[in-house]
Design a protein around this ligand. Sequence first.
Ligand code: BGC
Length: 391
Amino acid sequence: MTISFPDGFVWGTATAAHQVEGGNWNNDWWAWEHDPASPCAEPSGDACDHLWRYPSDIALIAELGFGSYRFSLEWSRIEPEEGEISRAALDHYRRMLATCHEHGLLPALTYHHFTSPRWVAADGGWENPATAERFARFCERAAAHLGDLVGLSCTINEPNMVSFMGYLFAAFPPGRSDAGAYQRANEVMLRGHRLAYEAVKAGPGDAPAGMTVALGDFQAAEGGEELMATARRDLEDVFLEEARGDDFVGAQMYTRFRIGPHGMLGPEEGVKTTLMGYEYWPRALEATVRRTAEMAPGVPIHVTENGIATNDDAERVEYVTEALTGLGRCLDDGIDVRSYYYWSAMDNFEWTFGYGPTFGLIGIDRETLERRPRPSARWLGGVARANRLDR
Ligand code: BGC
């Protein structure tokens, strides 16, 4: 069986600044990782030292066969204190973008991927309405310096996870568990995205702009229908509705969420789980892309993240094969999907879980930081080159 992808379909792989750069001590996550009261497994430390090793990392991603690299700016490097913009940090990211172009990679740039500078966190973080304007101002400065080299602009990565995990589930900073704070953070994130969209679009270049949304294959167990609808409304729907005004919507999915009458149910018996404890559920891609198309009709979809944390690289190939087969069915049905980005290019700092869950196409030796491309990297790079999946 062969699945062909449309001409111009973009194949990429992704990272995020805090998960790979190393030494990002001036943001809320670094503080959180070092707080003994947080659930974090370990601090991020040197991460993958991508800050210094980006030239060879980007060259490797291109050599493997990919056509795009998605990475993020670290706001706390660019604006270490309010209003103090680091020209040197902006130049660093400009060099990263230029390196992508030198290797024929379309750079997809994320302006916010989970981390905020300490000064933002100290003043209420995403619960403070002023954060929306502060973030948009940062985007305006960054876009003015970088916009002409950007291929795809992602304003905020998974705003729905920042608010849910940080303000209701207490697993991300600021570690709150307060329904009111969660609602407020959701609103500030939505406005932050809207203002950022306008700021980025007003800058140089013509990259399509949008946000990326964390999505799950929501399924209600008997009696869980109402709760599922309520949870999904705040968690996904308000974001997908907001995306109706954008140039694209970034869809990111890993697994399924089963909801019973009293809340989230764990993995179903008989379904294997990944290193994240998620159900192994490659079908999430097809289900969530279809729902995104229903919720944001006519808006082009980019699959800006999809992947699996596993110790078994053959399982990674199997997972992505299943996911892409579902994506092929979406394309056959006329859904406008423009790209697929595998998460992640390399094993990295998996937030609260630390370095345990390995999502990478490229393995990283945690002692030496040596890069070791896995067979899945060559395999997916080959799919990218051929723009076709043979299974
Ligand atoms: C995030 C990534 C994260 C990945 C795997 C997404 O929620 O954007 O930063 O590493 O999922 O958990």
